[in-house]
Write a protein that binds this ligand. Structure first.
Ligand SMILES: Cc1cc2nc3c(=O)[nH]c(=O)nc-3n(C[C@H](O)[C@H](O)[C@H](O)COP(=O)(O)OP(=O)(O)OC[C@H]3O[C@@H](n4cnc5c(N)ncnc54)[C@H](O)[C@@H]3O)c2cc1C
Length: 426
């Protein structure tokens, strides 16, 4: 396909990179990007890092390439429905946008605090968008007395690191036994916990906040499941993400808050599991069969996946699913927090062993490999990103665990249980 109309729903990282790939692939027809935010596509990773520390202004996060894309923009205009039979995207305000191909890249939003009245208290924040980051940065500039972060996943830990760097007192609460336990397990999470406490974070793991309480419309404290109370005048709710699929209700596509199901060629699946040849998905919203995990459906929240999957979807749109082949990028993620650059390759979920295969945690520079049933499935580097690419082949091939790398002077790796949560049933 070289001409006609392609519509992209979701004008952020995956939407922009998908649109660019369409143009680079020779698409010369009408290209329309629809975004509910009023902004041109911007980058989210800096929002929990340099934007919170004040080193980058929120409006300086616009993604490179936006200005040169030959496309029409419908910003500040959510897609509200999809007429699949008629091949029309329905926009707020009543506009009907016909398409020959549609790329769905509506990503995810922050999971809010479950009690709406408490979530609406002044001082309670989530962090997903540029506007969220600007509001949080402004609240931090007013020097709150104590910041409470709910959730010690990547976002919560990064926010804790950035806010602590401002010299503010920070408490982090998570029901898991360590930070990052869900993504990296308790072994690596325990190492990160030491760094957090060393930086002066009041870390409360193994307990959870049951109530947020306010006075005069402003949050004042949190009640813990173990009976304790934490005074807090600023709360960051970092409880994970919900995929933006509600607008697809009634479309017949297989979508829920865990994602929009698609096949290996990024084609959206209907409720009967049949691919729709005109509708594709990419980025955080997409739930796709991953060949590294026996085609188990996964939905990633990785910057690199949004870019690579959008490019793959564009190829499949233009050349057809067979020519594009299956999407099989090795998942890759990074995070910066507490003086650590954490990078990961592969899928840790379901791993039954972890071993330090290079470096030494005492020097805060090491690489851990993850194994599942004797096969290498993932690797995580801490301040040692240069070592990581050497493990991609072992992960791709499922090489015996622990993988053979490192120098002759490296002690024999000692695998231990990684302390990951039990895998979710498919
Ligand atoms: C604070 C933060 C820090 C991060 N740091 C890292 C990091 O260090 N490393 C890393 O690998 N990843 C990181 N990520 C994850 C990474 O940013 C995401 O994986 C990436 O943004 C996904 O891009 P996307 O385009 O698929 O989705 P999104 O970025 O979520 O974009 C989706 C867009 O679609 C819009 N939309 C939603 N519904 C509709 C609708 N109905 N109509 C029109 N538009 C709609 C949304 O408002 C949004 O603008 C971070 C994410 C956040 C929030």
């Amino acid at each position: 396909m070289r001409d006609g109309t392609i519509v992209v729903a979701g004008a952020s990282l995956a939407g922009l990179r998908g649109a660019e790939a369409l143009r680079a692939g020779g698409f010369s027809g009408r290209l329309v990007l629809v975004g509910d935010e009023p902004h041109l596509p911007y980058d989210r990773p800096p929002l929990s890092k340099h934007v919170l520390t004040g080193e980058i202004a929120p409006e300086r996060t616009t993604l490179p390439g936006v200005g040169t894309l030959a496309a029409e923009w419908r910003l500040g205009t959510p897609a509200v429905g999809l007429d699949r039979a008629g091949r029309v995207l329905l926009l707020a305000g009543g506009e009907r946008l016909p398409f020959d191909r549609l790329l769905i890249a509506t990503g995810a939003r922050a999971r809010p605090w479950p009690e709406p009245a408490a979530a609406a208290l002044a001082g309670v924040h989530t962090l997903r968008s540029r506007d969220d980051a600007a509001a949080l940065a402004a609240a931090l500039a007013a020097r709150p007395e104590r910041v409470l972060i709910l959730g010690a996943g990547f976002l919560g830990c990064e926010a804790a690191s950035s806010i602590r760097a401002l010299g503010l007192p920070v408490t982090v609460v998570d029901p898991a036994p360590s930070p990052l336990a869900g993504a990296l397990g308790q072994v690596i999470g325990g190492f990160v916990a030491g760094r957090m406490e060393g930086a002066g974070i009041d870390l409360r793991t193994g307990t959870e906040v049951t109530r947020l309480e306010g006075e005069d419309g402003r949050v004042r404290r949190a009640r813990l499941a173990d009976g304790g109370t934490i005074p807090a005048d600023l709360v960051v709710v970092a409880l994970g993400a919900v995929r933006n699929t509600d607008w697809l209700a009634g479309s017949g596509l297989d979508a829920d808050e865990g994602g929009l199901s698609c096949d290996r060629a990024c084609r959206a699946l209907d409720e009967a599991g049949r691919p729709d040849d005109a509708i594709f998905a990419a980025g955080d919203v997409a739930r796709f069969p991953h060949p590294l995990d026996g085609d188990r459906p996964v939905a990633l929240e990785h910057w690199g996946n949004a870019v690579a999957q959008a490019a793959h979807a564009a190829r499949a749109m233009l050349a057809g699913p067979e020519a594009a082949g299956p999407y099989a990028e090795v998942p890759a993620f990074w995070s910066n927090q507490f003086g650590l650059t954490i990078k990961s390759l592969g899928l840790t979920e379901g791993a039954d062993a972890v071993a330090i295969v290079q470096g030494d945690p005492r020097s805060a520079r090491f690489l851990a490999a993850y194994g599942r049933e004797g096969r290498t499935v993932a690797a995580v580097s801490i301040n040692a990103g240069r070592w990581l690419p050497a493990y991609e082949g072992a992960i791709r091939e499922g090489a015996p665990f622990p993988p053979i790398t490192g120098g002759a002077d490296q002690p024999r790796p000692k695998p231990v249980p990684p302390g990951l949560p039990a895998p979710q049933p498919a």
